[in-house]
Design a binder for this molecule. Structure first.
Ligand code: ATP
Ligand code: MG
Length: 285
């Protein structure tokens, strides 16, 4: 167990996100490699820190082969989150290191994946969803860069930077960061336009929508909701969500894959497939 941030030695930068930077680090005590995500906060009010502390505590409880494990969280003064000392402006999460990088990296090098591979990815993500949703956790930011691949080619869900924990009332309560800090491209219609879709849904269905977009992207080799070359900005996506009848799946897709994607990309979240239904779907089963 890592007790202090300074036990870790930075080896390389693995990537940059909207909230901060991910490093490859070495822990001398156990001779192991980890990934360290350093989040930067502009707002260091008590409320933000209270939320961050709570989120860090939740992350430590997550323990599934389909979800990236977060071993510990630290403030930039090196102390563990939850210790009596107050924190500083940064918050760091120690995670398991994923050798294969992200699905985003894989799509850059391979352009497209075979349906067999997409089925593998979808199966892992759905089992991750089942685990998280059982814990009342909505991920809220499923996209290729947040799905990581390990040395054995297994996929795990990463990055709870914008994750939510659903409270008793079934309303997704927001922790840590504002939603849609980065790309909104994978966001469900009910999050774009809660009024049109009856109050914004339970959040869990939103994760299913995002998986559908990712699966189709792996098949097409480009972001699937917009036309080739068209930027998936807020206004364009809003038009697609409101005016286009349904998302078009290319002719090259098998009937099983088409049906899987169409069940994920059902615009009305009440009619969209649930995680349990998709785990039984012929495409992943
Ligand atoms: P966002 O800030 O919206 O999540 P992002 O996912 O691109 O955007 P990060 O989560 O900071 O940004 O991750 C940046 C990159 O670092 C990822 O694309 C991935 O390549 C790499 N990375 C993240 N976590 C790990 C990890 N645990 N093991 C190996 N590489 C990682
Ligand atoms: Mg990320």
């Amino acid at each position: 167990v890592i007790k202090n941030l300074f036990e870790l030695e930075k080896i390389a930068v693995l990537g940059h996100g909207n909230g901060g930077t991910v490093y490859k680090v070495f822990h001398k005590g156990t001779s192991s490699i980890y990934a360290l995500k350093v989040l930067r906060f502009n707002d260091d009010s008590d409320r933000v820190w209270q939320q961050a502390t709570r989120e860090a505590e939740i992350l430590k409880l997550v323990d599934s082969p389909f979800v990236i494990r977060c071993n510990s969280a630290f403030y930039n003064n090196g102390l563990a989150v939850g210790s009596d000392e107050p924190g500083g402006a940064d918050l760091s999460f120690v995670m398991e290191y994923m050798e294969g990088g992200s699905l985003q990296d894989l799509l850059v090098s391979r352009k497209t994946l075979l349906e067999k591979e997409i089925s593998e990815v979808a199966g892992c993500v759905l089992l991750g969803f089942r685990y998280l949703h059982d814990m009342q956790i909505v991920h809220g930011d499923i996209k290729p860069s947040n799905l990581l691949v390990n040395g054995e080619g297994k996929v795990k869900i990463a990055d709870f930077g914008v994750s939510h924990v659903v409270d008793g009332g079934g309303v997704a309560r927001h922790l840590l960061l504002e939603s849609c800090m980065g790309t909104c491209a994978y966001m469900s219609p009910e999050r774009f336009d809660p009024e049109r879709w009856g109050g914004g849904g339970d959040g869990f269905a939103g994760d299913v929508w995002s998986l559908g977009v990712v699966a189709l992207e792996c098949h097409m080799g480009r972001f699937p909701l917009t036309r080739a070359g068209q930027r998936p900005d807020w206004a364009t996506l809003m038009c697609i969500m409101c005016f286009r009848e349904r998302v078009e799946v290319p002719e090259t897709a098998s009937p099983e894959f088409r049906s899987f994607v169409e069940r994920c990309l059902e615009k009305d979240w009440r009619k969209r497939a649930t995680v349990d239904e998709l785990l039984e779907h012929p495409f992943v089963n």
